[in-house]
Design a protein around this ligand. Structure first.
Ligand code: SIN
Length: 284
């Protein structure tokens, strides 16, 4: 009697070729088609990204509608408070060309940390890339915290910071829109809900001040932390884009900065992003 065996679903991650981009942050996975992953792969990717902060997938040919559907498998999708696409509110156009004055993501930041439940995973897919340049730099906020001295970590523990949409949208991008952008307080050191690791959670894009400090103290301390991230080459990596690369990053545990060194060339694609949870600190 012949026996029929049902082969276990192959895990896309197990068969992928894995290359870490730096010691602390970033991993490239070759040979995965994100349109064909299983539910178990979604869980594995969610865990791997919580550890590595950034995952790079090459050759992801998909429409925007497919990207949105793929993104939804990782959680409820975020609607950007300032730049949601009119036709696809869950998507954000990332585009720069010869007419561009500011590119999205200049300067170190985590996406929209002014929200009460700031973004979890961002998924950016570029369709057009410049002949050279246009990298995205990432920095691990686990390592950024660990690299601070013990007394500084102790000082920052249990502090809260104000994150304001105006800092980025009116400050950097000069928006004149008559709307109120979100303002919310978050712990300066937060716990990642999947890894349970603590990490530094202030960024120059959105963090306005540290509560309970005098304005001058807060400004100086934040500037020190922003510089610590920007100059932290020991805990950074760079993603070099190809057309149809899709990069996912976990906004809880990395910051990023888009490098605009390719003017007047075109760089273009779409980002979808999941909604995260309200940041918290678990001291244990
Ligand atoms: C962003 O901040 O989401 C943009 C990143 C990039 O264009 O590399």
């Amino acid at each position: 009697m012949s026996e029929t065996r049902i082969a276990p679903a192959a895990s896309a991650l197990q068969s992928a070729k894995r290359t870490d981009l730096s010691r602390h942050v970033g991993t490239e996975l070759r040979g995965v088609s994100l349109l064909d992953i299983s539910d178990a792969d979604v869980v594995s990717i969610t865990h791997l990204i919580a550890e590595r902060g950034v995952l790079v997938f090459r050759d992801q040919h998909m429409t925007l509608e497919q990207q949105i559907a793929m993104g939804r498998r990782f959680g409820k999708l975020h609607v950007h408070p300032a730049y949601a696409d009119a036709k696809h509110p869950e998507a954000l156009r990332i585009h720069a060309d010869a007419n561009t004055r500011h590119v999205a993501g200049e300067g170190w930041h985590t996406d929209v940390s002014c929200d009460v439940e700031p973004p979890g995973i961002s998924m950016l897919r570029l369709e057009v890339v410049p002949p050279v340049g246009g990298d995205t730099a990432f920095a691990s906020m686990y390592a950024a915290l660990e690299e601070l001295s013990a007394p500084m970590q102790a000082f920052l523990m249990d502090r809260e910071a104000v994150h304001a949409g105006d800092v980025a949208f009116r400050g950097l991008y000069k928006s004149k829109a008559i709307v109120e952008y979100p303002v919310n307080n978050h712990p300066v050191i937060r716990t990642h809900p999947i890894t349970n690791r603590k990490l530094l959670y202030v960024n120059s894009g959105f963090t306005d001040r540290i509560k309970g400090l005098r304005a001058r103290e807060s400004k100086a301390l934040l500037q020190m932390l922003f510089d610590h991230v920007a100059y932290g080459i020991d805990f950074q990596c760079r993603v070099h884009w190809e057309a149809h690369t899709l990069t996912m990053w976990d906004n809880r545990c990395v910051q990023h900065a888009a490098c605009w060194d390719y003017f007047p060339e075109t760089r273009s694609g779409w980002r979808v992003t999941t909604v995260g949870e309200q940041p918290y600190l678990d001291r244990n």
